[in-house]
Design a protein around this ligand. Sequence first.
Ligand code: SF4
Length: 253
Amino acid sequence: MNQKVLSGIYLRLQKAFGPQHWWPADSAFEVMVGAILTQNTNWTNVEKAISQLKHLRVLTPQGIKELSHQQISEAIKPSGYFNVKAKRLKHFVNFLFKEYQGDLARMRKENVTLLRSKLLTVNGIGPETADSMLLYALSKKVFVIDAYTKRFMTRHNWIKEDISYHDLQGIFHKYYPKQISQYNEYHALIVKLGKDFCKPKPRCEQCPLKSYYYSVLSRCSKCYRDFLPDEKNVKKLSHETKQVICLPCHHAS
Ligand code: SF4
């Protein structure tokens, strides 16, 4: 992986999909609530939960603080896992008041590394949620990694499947040290790619990143991983039948 490839991916996706206008929200706090509610569900469900909170006029740190667990659960029901997410919202808001008196402007002034490490101590906030909050709510320069990022990069053999969140994020920070606005857009474009093309069963023929495949014929039929030109990730079983084993997923095809 290098800077040229990461820039090439960005430019192709940007040309194909256009501006993504992330994150769709009226306030930084709404982004943060959305980052928690979007865990394990799709955005349409989150929008319904957010509009219920807006309808109740409680989409503020103080508003959530004053609601009971039961009231929050009821309001965010459309987002799924509402009991767990109600607890997570409460944990987050308690943290916000304890550390920053409920004031996002104070939170924004915190050093990004320290703030990230503090966010990760809050029950229910993992790296993806923390980084979404930092980038999209507080305009901090961190790249958000998600399952879509891992999937398309693994399929092209740019990374190993078991790469850690931290290491994959490090690749973007090192080889794509651009502006906050580009970090914002890049992640949004990857989500679009994952939803529309790089699905569990990929649509490579129509995909804007198709040209990154060495050959459509040279691919594992189970994990859709590209076979490398030097065939380091393939074990040949038979020269006559041309049967091969994909070494990362052990599938013979
Ligand atoms: S070309 Fe195929 S594997 Fe690559 S990103 Fe597109 S859909 Fe995914």
